[in-house]
Design a protein around this ligand. Structure first.
Ligand code: AMP
Length: 420
């Protein structure tokens, strides 16, 4: 067991946020949470954990990106830690089951579970369609499994082959119920739910981004007296963000970024790029131009990432260059600007990115570079945020001067493209 002590995870109490310290979680889990770089609970964690940890059923209206996965995983593994079994269950007999609509989501949940249990002796197995069935079968048959994560179709295959038994499931999580419904998975999900113990003898945590009548009916039939939690979608937070879209040439982005970073109004900024290599290239370019900044991407060692994040939080570092994945964990108030160096392919990422500013009632500005290569990504974003956006020429003063000073070759190119 590790020599780690809670005193190594120092998070000052805050008026408007809960700390994980406030929930009496197992020490190895706190260690993992510290490793992951989380500090304060996200709203859904603050609201769901008190109930989920006390064995209540929970129905949560929350989107991806709110931290709901960690909320249910922390509840599950805390329960296991507090109630160890006298002896192992047979292989293929999980104590908790998480059902997710897509392979990607299931794999992400598996990864999060591994991260949270890295200092615990809990085993997670993931079974999803489109990947080698025999390999998954081997994993199931090899050793007992504590948490099973899966998509409905593949899980039914394993149940039919008697590789999985759900009769000892203590916690059932249904994630993204609305998508399961849209994708026609509900008959499969229903069959799976009936294989688990009766709802009186299991805890059920049920999540969906929306709760229409059909979703409500499912929630009612699978839970008992649930605590209902509603987390406003992050898109609501975009109301406090002044969203600018700048037309720019692909080969002018780097220099435009330098000029933008020189603007005094850029007090604390996160620049998002779509790929890791771009974050590194841009960081180097900015540094070469005497702009202090650091990259935050998945290939940077965790320790260095945490140190960078801390310097960003305490204000020593003004500018971060991040990928979407690395950027999701950033919960820092007073970010004045978010810059989309590229437009993300997934419109949800756009909303997550700009949601890094304009937090806690403050206002913020997002600037998105729209170059030829970004143009395809704009219509889905417009559809997702429900407005048509207007692209303008860059204003490197960030509105400080009346006319929006654009000069040199950049302005020449840009004036040709004015008003699409
Ligand atoms: P989810 O909504 O579960 O997809 O989580 C979105 C992202 O938030 C994931 O990348 C998590 O690692 C991250 N995350 C979850 N909880 C926290 C937290 N308390 N602080 C910072 N990041 C978190």
């Amino acid at each position: 067991m590790s020599q780690w002590e809670l005193s190594e995870f120092d998070v000052p109490p805050a008026d408007d946020k809960d700390r994980f310290h406030d929930f009496a979680l197992p020490l190895p889990m706190m260690h993992a949470i510290a490793d992951l770089g989380y500090e304060y609970c996200t709203p859904i964690q603050s609201e769901a954990l008190p109930y989920a940890l006390s064995d209540y059923d929970v129905t949560g209206q929350a989107q991806t990106g709110t931290g709901k996965t960690a909320a249910f995983l922390i509840a599950i593994f805390t329960r296991f830690w507090e109630n160890p079994l006298p002896e192992d269950l047979p292989p293929g007999t999980p104590r908790a089951l998480v059902l997710a609509p897509t392979r990607e989501l299931a794999l992400q949940i598996e990864g999060d579970a591994r991260g949270l249990t890295r200092h615990m002796d809990e085993r997670t197995v993931c079974v999803v369609g489109g990947m080698d069935l025999m390999k998954q079968k081997d994993k199931l048959n090899k050793k007992p499994v504590d948490l099973l994560v899966g998509t409905p179709g593949r899980l039914i295959d394993f149940i039919n082959r008697n590789d999985v038994s759900l009769k000892h499931v203590e916690v059932l999580v249904i994630d993204e119920a609305d998508r399961m419904l849209d994708m026609g998975f509900i008959p499969d999900v229903r069959r799976i739910v009936y294989q688990t113990p009766h709802k009186k003898r299991r805890q059920t945590l049920f999540f969906s981004a929306t709760f229409n009548d059909d979703v409500m009916r499912l929630a009612e039939s699978w839970t008992i007296d649930p605590k209902h939690i509603v987390i406003e979608p992050e898109s609501v937070a975009t109301d406090t963000v002044d969203q600018k879209f700048w037309m720019i040439g692909d080969n002018e982005k780097e220099d435009a970024m330098v000029r933008l970073c020189q603007a005094p109004a850029m007090k604390r900024a996160i620049i998002f790029a779509n790929r890791r290599d771009q974050t590194h290239r841009l960081t180097k370019h900015l540094q070469k131009n005497d702009i202090p900044c650091e990259a935050l991407a998945g290939d940077i060692p965790q320790k260095k990432r945490l140190a960078t994040l801390n310097r960003f939080k305490d204000g020593t570092l003004k500018i971060l260059v991040a990928t979407d994945v690395a950027g999701r964990g950033i919960h820092v108030d007073d970010v004045s600007h978010v810059v989309n160096y590229d437009l993300p392919e997934d419109p949800e990422d756009y909303v997550h990115r700009i949601g890094r500013t304009g937090r806690a009632g403050a206002s913020g500005t997002s600037i998105s570079f729209v170059a030829e290569n970004d143009a395809f990504n704009l219509p889905p974003i417009e559809e997702y945020i429900g407005t048509t956006v207007t692209c303008t020429v860059p204003d490197f003063d960030l509105g400080a001067s009346e006319s929006g000073s654009v000069s040199g070759t950049l302005s020449e190119t840009l004036s040709e493209n004015k008003e699409t």
